[in-house]
Design a protein around this ligand. Structure first.
Ligand SMILES: *[C@@H]1O[C@H](CO)[C@@H](O)[C@H](O)[C@H]1NC(C)=O
Ligand SMILES: *[C@@H]1O[C@H](CO)[C@@H](O)[C@H](O)[C@H]1NC(C)=O
Ligand SMILES: *[C@@H]1O[C@H](CO)[C@@H](O)[C@H](O)[C@H]1NC(C)=O
Ligand SMILES: *[C@@H]1O[C@H](CO)[C@@H](O)[C@H](O)[C@H]1NC(C)=O
Ligand SMILES: *[C@@H]1O[C@H](CO)[C@@H](O)[C@H](O)[C@H]1NC(C)=O
Length: 425
């Protein structure tokens, strides 16, 4: 058994190494054999790695923090430095949350006489370069924001037709990440407005993460893979249960297009902002991780509660998001009133699966995941590790697994088959 799993590990690692060096490779997973129609439909990866941008970034979904969800326009260099410090002192940075992203409102509302964007002198008197230096000195990375239109959504200068100069300026400041929004776009198609910034960023010679924020309007999953490292699939999230669940469902439709190099982005995390309860935030975080979503914290990290920190720093859930196989998990089964008792699952490296039992009903419920629904042979014996209890809850589960789940809550597991199946060697 031990010897056998060693062979599997070596094979999976080889496959992974092949997939990070080549531009487009289908994931090879014993449960994703092409000839197995049911499995390949269930976890359709036919568009996996489809024309991903090749700038070396986003081998796994990006992680960090952004100003927008909590602070909106009420930002300044102090709050960003204090947040960088807090990411370190809370331990979140060492778990992978390394991008410190300034969203809209960092720029003055007009360009200078040379046509350059300038940081708002009232709120960023030391400039963005000084902030980047500070963030870098902490081992973190700095992100800025602009817009593929003539203005940003908060009516600061946009970068449409000014891509080259703006990209050069940001690169000269040491910027590592760009979120590129979609306001005031003159009605021009996004397929025309987003590539020039990709090329401008590339021409700077600085490696800059390119996050498209086109709101999912023109189905960016279908074309953005060759343009950016992630693309928003939906309208903005807000701090409500209805918004979060609606967005999860939309993002789920595009699962087959995610892969190393380019990810579907269901928008930043609201965990800790107060509009949802502990169970709801736990589900938000678990499902985002299962969907290989960017994990961009959106709360005030300087004033984080123990419960919020417990959710955001769950290493085992983060590891699902960052799994090197990079296949987006998805909803595989729903039952109960309006299908509110849901099973979400996805394949992981080393022949494992991740699974979330998500109770979207308003009452506690027992949710059952039948092996056939998640793509396992009924006779397979599985070891179940509970990622919120941090323990193996069953060494030998066959056929199906059931758990009681709180109203609007979830449970999350890693399933490790105890013997190989589907002729994996
Ligand atoms: C900076 O922004 C924070 C968060 O909005 C605010 O609490 C603080 O007063 C601001 N500081 C200055 C100097 O404007
Ligand atoms: C620019 O693009 C080329 C081709 O896709 C890529 O190999 C290179 O790493 C990119 N450079 C930067 C700085 O992003
Ligand atoms: C929050 O999102 C929901 C669902 O998308 C939407 O109906 C609602 O209007 C939004 N609320 C706010 C305050 O934007
Ligand atoms: C810190 O968070 C608590 C709620 O968790 C809130 O009541 C308090 O106002 C916050 N403090 C600051 C300085 O934002
Ligand atoms: C699982 O589903 C299959 C097919 O729908 C069904 O035949 C079987 O009885 C189910 N098994 C369990 C343990 O619920």
């Amino acid at each position: 058994m031990a010897k056998w799993s060693g062979i599997v590990a070596v094979v999976s690692l080889t496959v992974f190494l092949m997939s990070v060096t080549a531009a487009t490779v289908l994931p090879i997973h014993p449960y994703l054999k092409v000839e197995d129609t049911f499995i390949s439909q269930l976890y359709d990866t036919s568009n996996y790695g489809f024309l991903q941008i090749d700038n070396g970034l986003a081998r796994t979904p990006q992680m960090g923090w952004s100003t927008w969800n909590f602070f909106a326009c009420n930002i300044n260099e102090t709050v960003i430095k204090e947040t960088a410090d807090a990411l370190i002192s809370t331990g979140l940075a060492s778990l992978g949350y390394t991008y410190v992203n300034i969203d809209d409102c960092w720029s003055r509302s007009t360009r200078n006489l040379k046509g350059e964007m300038i940081p708002d002198p009232k709120t960023f008197p030391s400039g963005i370069k000084a902030l980047a230096d500070y963030v870098h000195s902490k081992g973190l990375k700095l992100g800025v924001y602009s817009d593929a239109g003539i203005f940003t959504c908060q009516v600061r200068p946009g970068s449409l037709f000014q891509e080259k100069n703006d990209a050069e300026l940001w690169a000269s400041w040491g910027v590592d990440y760009l979120k590129y929004d979609n306001c005031y776009n003159l009605g021009l198609p996004p397929q025309k407005r987003y590539p020039p910034m990709r090329d401008a960023l590339n021409d700077t010679g600085r490696t800059i993460f390119y996050a498209l924020c086109e709101w999912g309007i023109d189905d960016p999953a279908k074309w953005a893979g060759k343009i950016g490292n992630s693309w928003r699939t939906t309208d903005d999230i807000n701090d409500t249960w209805i918004s979060m669940t609606t967005i999860a469902d939309i993002n789920n439709k595009w699962a087959s297009y995610a892969g190393p190099g380019g990810w579907n982005d269901p928008d930043m995390l609201e965990v800790g902002n107060g509009g949802m309860n502990y169970h709801e935030y736990k589900g938000h975080f678990s499902v985002w991780a299962l969907m290989k979503a960017p994990l961009i914290i959106g709360c005030d990290v300087r004033n984080i509660t123990a419960d919020t920190l417990k959710i955001l720093s769950n290493k085992e859930v983060i590891a699902v998001d960052q799994d090197p196989l990079g296949v987006q998990g998805r909803r595989v089964y729903a039952s109960g009133p309006d299908g509110c008792q849901q099973v979400w699952a996805g394949p992981l490296s080393r022949n494992r699966f991740a699974m979330v039992l998500w109770n979207r009903c308003s009452k506690a419920a027992t949710i059952t995941a039948n092996w056939s629904a998640i793509g396992l042979e009924p006779s397979i014996s599985v070891s179940m590790r509970d990622l919120w209890k941090h323990e193996v809850v069953s060494e030998n589960t066959v056929g199906s697994f059931s758990a009681r789940v709180n109203a609007h809550g979830c449970e999350m597991y890693i399933l490790t088959p105890r013997r190989a199946t589907r002729s994996s060697i």
